[in-house]
Design a binder for this molecule. Structure first.
Ligand code: DGL
Length: 265
């Protein structure tokens, strides 16, 4: 049963990965009503054309706007670097968007070498090239596309030998080149955090900007006087453009609580 989404905060991703951002938002803003859209019927975005990613971002963003949400969070680095500007140009709503945490990684690295794990579209994007140029001038920033990882998380296959082998293939060359800081530049990857840490080594710092995104969202909504004044726990509603039963199983597992997923109309 769908409750009205009016006044909620909309959060979306190509699939289930954005739940890593949603949980940070839910923790920072427990009284807000949240609506999460997993565009799983069109995931992964990272291997698709820019035109397709822009089309999907506008489709989901416009649907959220039509429901009367107070703001939109793009919980997908790939959608941010390809389509955030277009969405911002087309809506009056505040749009907060996650992007790879290259700036904080540069501030933290001691070896001077930072690895960025992200989708192929993200590492090839002009936005990431700009971040590297802006903040990485006297550092080495190693951009590593990780095809296949999103699919593993979409299946909730977090700990198999196959997932670990993929991670070794992507991470080992970065560590061999001296990286001491790894940016989790895709919102699916925090769900692989334990294995990433084991493969990278205990001394390597992993950066996930989800909490910073939640703080930025709180600031933006507070500035507009759009934060809830309720002291009751806010609801969280989940939608998918993909297979509802599969999304419900995987999202309950990742959210660590039973939940109901509805089909995106
Ligand atoms: N969670 C998305 C991101 O942050 C994954 C994109 C994809 O579907 O490839 O980039």
């Amino acid at each position: 049963m769908t409750h009205s989404l009016r006044g909620s905060i909309g959060v979306f991703d190509s699939g289930v990965g954005g739940l890593s951002v949603l949980r940070a938002i839910h923790a920072a803003l427990p009284h807000e009503h949240l609506v999460y859209v997993a565009d799983s019927g069109h995931a992964p975005y990272g291997d698709q054309s820019e035109a397709h990613i822009i089309h999907r971002t506008l489709t989901v963003g416009n649907w959220l706007a039509e429901q009367g949400v107070n703001g939109i969070t793009i919980a997908c680095n790939t959608a941010t670097v390809v389509a955030a500007k277009t969405l911002r140009d087309q809506t009056h709503l505040p749009v907060v968007a996650i992007e790879p945490a290259i700036k904080p990684a540069v501030a933290l690295t001691r070896s001077g070498v930072v690895g960025v794990l992200a989708t192929r579209q993200t590492v090839q994007s002009a936005s990431v090239a700009r971040l590297v140029e802006l903040y990485g001038a006297d550092k080495r920033i190693l951009l590593q596309g990780c095809p296949g990882l999103v699919e593993q998380v979409e299946r909730a296959d977090l700990h198999s030998a196959e997932t670990e082998a993929l991670l070794r293939q992507f991470i080992t060359p970065l560590i061999e080149q001296g990286a001491d800081t790894l940016v989790l530049g895709c919102t699916h990857y925090p769900f692989l955090r334990d294995t990433i840490q084991r493969v990278a080594g205990e001394g390597v710092t992993l950066l996930d900007p989800a909490e910073a995104v939640a703080r930025e969202l709180a600031r933006r909504l507070a500035d507009r006087g759009a934060l809830s004044t309720s002291t009751k726990q806010g609801s969280v509603q989940f939608f998918t453009s993909g297979d509802v039963a599969q999304a419900q199983a995987v999202m309950s597992h990742l959210w660590d609580a039973p939940l109901t997923v509805q089909a995106l109309p």
